[in-house]
Design a protein around this ligand. Structure first.
Ligand code: NDP
Ligand code: 8X3
Length: 254
């Protein structure tokens, strides 16, 4: 019998990460979920284990902390588990001020989560994949990592970093049979805008006004597609946009 594959998903308590957990659970994969909100992870684990015959473990970890490397490493050693897939998804935008009005704490949060978080989690998981001589890392980029837009500045810079890092990881991991993919979505209706606008509901809703944005499930389907291609095939980069969005600032709104 074929062994059951395991997906390690960061930012699994909402949005793309949660949708990805649901998609892979439905596909029969075991899951290791990571985020900071324990209660959310607990109820997701209970729900998915009830609905699908799979095993779900979770780690309550802040990917900004260097200590997360050790925590993840210890966890994987203890469960004798090498993830077949790592989805580096945890991330956020905070604020949309013009660069000259930028808030230092917002900058730190974005740089620490979106760049250092990807590095720290990958640092913990890669040795297991290298030892196994296989694996797949999917980094979640963004249209903001392809094009700049007004007020996108530091968020955009972090996603350009993910774009560059993905390319570089693919080269470094080439001798080890590890696939490295970037999925770069356009506007998607998740908790993203509520986080970006610090709980301002009206501002957050206005982002998606008059057009149909991507859903978490749309992005999860793209990750599922990339992960389930034959082992000799890799999606290097996928820019996944709502049909009503042609670029970072080009929308067709009703
Ligand atoms: P959500 O806000 O819905 O989800 C973000 C997830 O990241 C949550 O599960 C959150 O969990 C987790 N997270 C945030 N900070 C940390 C941290 N320090 N440590 C661990 N987990 C963390 O947003 P999305 O699903 O939309 O975002 C997912 C990714 O997709 C991000 O990288 C984002 O930049 C990117 N993206 C989003 C787009 C969009 O329009 N929505 C478009 C393109 C890319 P918790 O709070 O429990 O820690
Ligand atoms: C999120 C998409 O365009 O709001 O990465 O930056 S955007």
């Amino acid at each position: 019998m074929k062994p059951i594959p395991t997906a390690f998903i960061t930012g699994a308590s909402s949005g793309f990460g949660l949708a990805c957990a649901e998609r892979f659970a439905a596909g029969g994969w075991n899951l290791i979920l990571l985020a900071r909100r324990t209660e959310k992870l607990k109820s997701i684990k209970a729900e998915l284990e009830k609905n699908f015959k799979i095993q779900v473990s979770f780690l309550t970890v802040d990917v900004r902390q260097q200590t997360c490397i050790d925590a993840i490493s210890k966890f994987l050693k203890a469960c004798k588990c090498t993830p077949d897939l790592l989805v580096n998804n945890a991330g956020l935008a905070v604020g949309m001020e013009l660069i000259q009005h930028g808030v230092l704490d917002d900058w730190e949060r974005m740089i620490d989560t979106n760049i250092k978080g990807v590095l720290y989690v990958s640092k913990a998981v890669m040795p297991f994949m290298v030892a196994a001589g296989k694996g797949h890392i999917v980094n979640i980029g963004s249209i903001a990592g392809k094009e700049a837009y007004p007020g996108g500045n530091v968020y955009s810079a972090t996603k350009f970093a993910v774009d560059g890092l993905t390319k570089s990881m693919r080269i470094d991991l080439l001798p080890h049979g590890i696939r490295v993919t970037q999925i770069a979505p356009g506007a998607a209706d998740t908790e993203f805008s509520m986080v970006r606008f610090k709980g301002d509901f009206e501002k957050a809703r206005s982002v998606y006004k008059g057009f149909k944005p991507l859903s978490g499930a749309d992005v999860a389907e793209a990750i599922w597609f990339a992960a389930n291609l034959p082992a000799h095939v890799n999606v290097n980069d996928m820019l996944l946009m709502p049909t009503a969005q042609a670029g970072a600032v080009h929308f067709q709104r009703d």
